[in-house]
Design a protein around this ligand. Sequence first.
Ligand code: NAD
Ligand code: LMR
Length: 338
Amino acid sequence: QPLNPKMEESSVLRRADCRAKGGAPGFKVAILGAAGGIGQPLAMLMKMNPLVSVLHLYDVVNAPGVTADLSHMDTGAVVRGFLGQPQLENALTGMDLVIIPAGVPRKPGMTRDDLFNINAGIVRTLCEGVAKCCPNAIVNLISNPVNSTVPIAAEVFKKAGTYDPKRLLGVTTLDVVRANTFVAEVLGLDPREVNVPVVGGHSGVTILPLLSQVKPPCSFTPEETDYLTNRIQNGGTEVVEAKAGAGSATLSMAYAAVKFADACLRGLRGDAGIVECAFVASEVTELPFFATKVRLGRTGAEEIYPLGPLNEYERMGLEKAKQELAGSIQKGITFIKK
Ligand code: NAD
Ligand code: LMR
């Protein structure tokens, strides 16, 4: 909570006035799980984003500490902290974008699906809050297992009568970030010049990098294709094992989450040609959800792109991905419908 609410309110108004004069939109963004391993660096990076005017930080622990700390940064966004369930509604009211990294992370030996029992309930509660307090917000869902938590969120919104598939996006940007990095290493390029579409979902074989569609155009030997596909699919496990019980990817995830959130905000602003991969409701395959490239606009994921031409290796990968995804999606749907 602000130390001096009057002073804070007038500061928000003055900043909003400055933005209006400069023609710059300021979006209101909430992070749910803001005191966590991802939440803290994500909150810091969003506090530095010039498109953000108000940043709400919600968690069940330590939200006031993180908020006090970040509020001293001399960047434009006003930060407010919200602690615990009774403050969830205030955290969400009026938000344009809600980013959700709340939930437990993996330890070595676990799959993302092993997190389902705890994280499914957390995501359900938080999405009920979104449906009630900011039903028109764009939701960026990070909590694992993404392949199931996105269907959970969709069912919660359907139940509440607020579901708009364009506004619900599972964040798979870290897979693309990793793919760009590993492919650039193999090609001897700067990763910023490389773009690898990664489709399917966000777990093991459901993470399907389309190496035949890498930009700039290039080719790989069968050994390179195997190495890259395995490394991209197991990037999360590589970090979980290196952290040896202290959690999963947080810093690279915060970077990826901000990359994706910034793309959503630029889409909301009306910028043209904003394209990112995300796990969304989709008719690209027979499955109800699938990650592909999407075009982000004023209303969320406004266009979902087809897979494009796949080679034999990718077609085989697609079949495996769909098989696993089908079960994970159904598990999420059943959790709410049962
Ligand atoms: P963490 O344990 O460090 O932080 C999670 C935070 O969530 C904690 O601060 C905790 O207090 C908070 N939290 C728990 N229950 C909550 C609730 N009901 N409401 C609000 N906040 C709540 O974990 P982390 O490393 O930040 O990871 C968070 C989640 O993100 C995990 O499920 C992890 O698997 C997932 N993740 C996803 C990706 C991806 O690519 N989508 C990448 C990395 C991690
Ligand atoms: C990742 O890909 O790093 C995340 O999904 C976290 C994990 O459990 O691997």
